[in-house]
Design a protein around this ligand. Sequence first.
Ligand SMILES: [Zn+2]
Ligand SMILES: [Zn+2]
Length: 433
Amino acid sequence: MKGEYIVDLHIHSPWARACSPQLTLENIYRWCKIKGITVIGVGDFTHPQRFQEIKKKLVPAEEGLFCLHPRWAKENDKLIPQSVRHNEVRFLLSTEISTIYSKYGRLRKLHQLILLPDLSTVAEFNRQLQKIGKLASDGRPILGLESKELLKMTLQLHPQALFIPAHIWTPHFSLFGSNSGFDSLEEAFEELSGEIKAVETGLSSDPFMNWRLSQLDGLTLVSGSDAHSLPKMAREAIILRAPLNYSAIRQAIVSGNDDFIGTIEFFPEEGKYHYDGHRRCGVVLNPRQTKKYQGLCPKCGRPLTRGVLHRVEELADREPDYRPLQHKKVEYIIPLVEILAELIGVKGSNSRRVEKIYQQLYQKLGDEFRILRQVDVEEIKEAGFPQLAQAIQRLREKKVAVQPGYDGVYGIIRLFADSTSLPPHSEQLNFSI
Ligand SMILES: [Zn+2]
Ligand SMILES: [Zn+2]
């Protein structure tokens, strides 16, 4: 744990579609301290207003990294308790671009994450993209440009630029997406596919699922939150031990060297499209069962909505239990507010009671990642939270019950299976990693 820190490369700004107006840089700064995130992507640097905000509120820190300007830092430090105030926060220049184009006779829609080392390169990147599409209309701009061309442009722009295909399994907007993606990196990037060094696995898949594709061997599997609001930041993230500067962080991601410790993962079953099924028919199937029914709903006879697990099965050339000889650490978490919601017995994590206890917790025990990953359970108990101590013990032992999501229905993850009545397709999972 020594020297390790948490990085979230993928978040958004108030100017991206369906994103919270609260995602200002100073709010992000405060939430990073509460959560225990050391390096955060600014998100949406292609948007003119976000770019203005970056230039106004951030100041250069270590090479390629930025701090919040002392003026805003001072004000915001006053709003959070001593227990988290001294956590360090650095910003890194990041954005997500959506490309839409036709290739091999089909419509393709892909999202990609781009990291750049300095403001003048961002300005030049934005200048070039302005010729292709309207950057002001969305924080995650939609460009009529081939992903391969965007990759070429990024590589030519700066040797330290980094291009990462985002949430590669999402059905609608990704590299391997069942609706508008490709079957291989080569199809999408042709002779430039070797330039792809890392892919983002997304919320609905984890490294275990991705190891099943030999075409991903040698690529670093990264995770990011794709947060549309502050509390969702770092629900997935990277754990690094690299020196705190852009080049070292980039190098760790590109090479997957010893500075890259691993990823923090959402349980993939929680995703809305993990299993196959029909929402209206109440039919939930795993890919094997779907095959048995020839892809048709046993209730209504219409084609089933295929989930991410099914798409992985389609492209995988290895069995589900395949493990590489050596691999990076995979650490599952359940966001603290979700654990509290389960303990209190409220639906959703937005309740006032949950919020209040969450505040008490970080005030007493430090940031969220410290509570989830490091604080001794005895200490949590002694601080007055015996039930939570038990829950966190179970999380660390990976004793959870899952009810996989399907056809747009979110999955449910429970630490105490008896705390709620889970439907019959739930199963008890004991992960052994
Ligand atoms: Zn995206
Ligand atoms: Zn049906």
